[in-house]
Design a protein around this ligand. Sequence first.
Ligand code: NOJ
Length: 553
Amino acid sequence: MINDLWYKNAVVYCLSVETFMDANGDGIGDFQGLARRLDYLAGLGITAIWLMPFQTSPGKDDGYDVSDYYNVDPRYGTLGDFVEFTHGAKQRGIRVLIDLVVNHTSDEHPWFQAARKDESSPYRDWYIWSKEKPENANQGMVFPGVQKTTWSRDKVAGQYYFHRFYDFQPDLNTANPQVQAEILKIMGFWIQLGVSGFRMDAVPFVIAKKGADIDKAVEQYDMLRTFREFLQWRQGDAIILAEANVLPKTDVNYFGADGDRMHMMFNFQVNQTLFYALASSDCAPLAKALEATRTRPQTAQWGHFLRNHDELDLGRLTEAQRNRVFAAFGPDKNMQLYGRGIRRRFSPMLDGNRDRMRMAYSLMFSLPGTPVLRYGDEIGMGEDLSLPERKCARTPMQWSTEPQAGFTKSEAPVVPVISSGAYGFQHINVADQRRSPDSMLNWMERLIRMRKEVPEIGWGDYRVIDVEEEGVLAIRYDWRNNAVMIVHNLNEKPIEVRVDPGRGQGSELLVDIADGSDSRADEAGVHHLYLEGYAYKWFRVGGLDYLLRRTQI
Ligand code: NOJ
């Protein structure tokens, strides 16, 4: 029964077809290549793949500029290859989520081409136009420093069009019922081809009122219910995972008070404070963010992550906090982006410190929600800062020590493979790490297994437990008469902490799920834990054998 809501305890792995595996040797990753790597992903233990956009696109924003929603970009294969892939994933029990990019299209999309050429075209009203340049044209850019405006003049139309993102991404008029109907049609199409849902791009902008006369963002949350209803009526277990970097006070508007809007959202609030905690060993803002994002309907779920394909956005931290994270993880201007973020991969941010990285992944996996991993992070891949903007962290997967990291037989990969320095494929690759029991890859596999053994995290009630030491975070989960308490030491130094997991069944005995070691409480019910630097401890409260603990699946 609980597994019906599969996303409550999934392990999601996000990847771009273009840079994952090239089967036909043209230098560009493709669906056949990805299909060949399904056994690798199944072995890692992930339960869902999130595919970045792969539909036909001029590729000016790595596919987030779609020119045909109903096709696979020919560089990656055919619709047939796509279905082979989703079928292969299904055979291995892996679900597939795909990006749904409907805030905007490419300016090369036939809808925009028709709209700009003819004022009376039915597609004219699919976009947002203004005869004059709106006064707020220099506000609301998502890529400040690179993007100059949100309204550009189209010579053919003789009018200005609105674009929240780059100028080649004209915004769709999502309030137009025809556009809404088309969005549903797109969802229906891909559902039919075997996907289990969508990572919906830029949700706050999709639902915002758009137009030259709009000064303040007004969200039309009802739209979210329309999307969900459609999806669930078509396929009961399909979900939407929303990309919405919003304030906690609006979370419930996105989830819906009755759980009738988005199934999942990325937790950007926690992500930013987590990086602050890593940088400063001060867990208080993270604990506060966990509290602030607590309220959600029972069927809703958070997606937690460390890094994704974009910059690490630190825009919601205070300036002092942000500067602390910059200083720790991205001190050079060249590592920073859009005045608010860091464009690096996770491993180099932490100087490849394995103990610290493992602690950080363990922490992320233990937060109330579903973990989302980015391809390459399981082996600790690095970035190429000579590439522009976010491209630097989108280099091809490093499979082996073969030329081009085994990603392609071509000598001209679509994005250069990292081939020098400590993060070059000669040192960081899957083949080597598979052979080494203590590698990041094999460790990650063990972490994923452990996370799957603790469904309390996805389903349970949680409580951040007071500890005197600000660099230690302890969270307790309770669910169906079982409890776990997970403790992390963010300090480099060992530390002794007193932890009171609270009275309740079995609290006097804690058993570490990973190594079987235990802790017994003193007479006052307090545990005295000795934690190594960067330690992570997943304790089962009461010490029941982890396989015996379940009452109902
Ligand atoms: C958010 C995506 O994550 C980002 O990569 C993209 O550039 C924008 N949305 C525009 O689609």
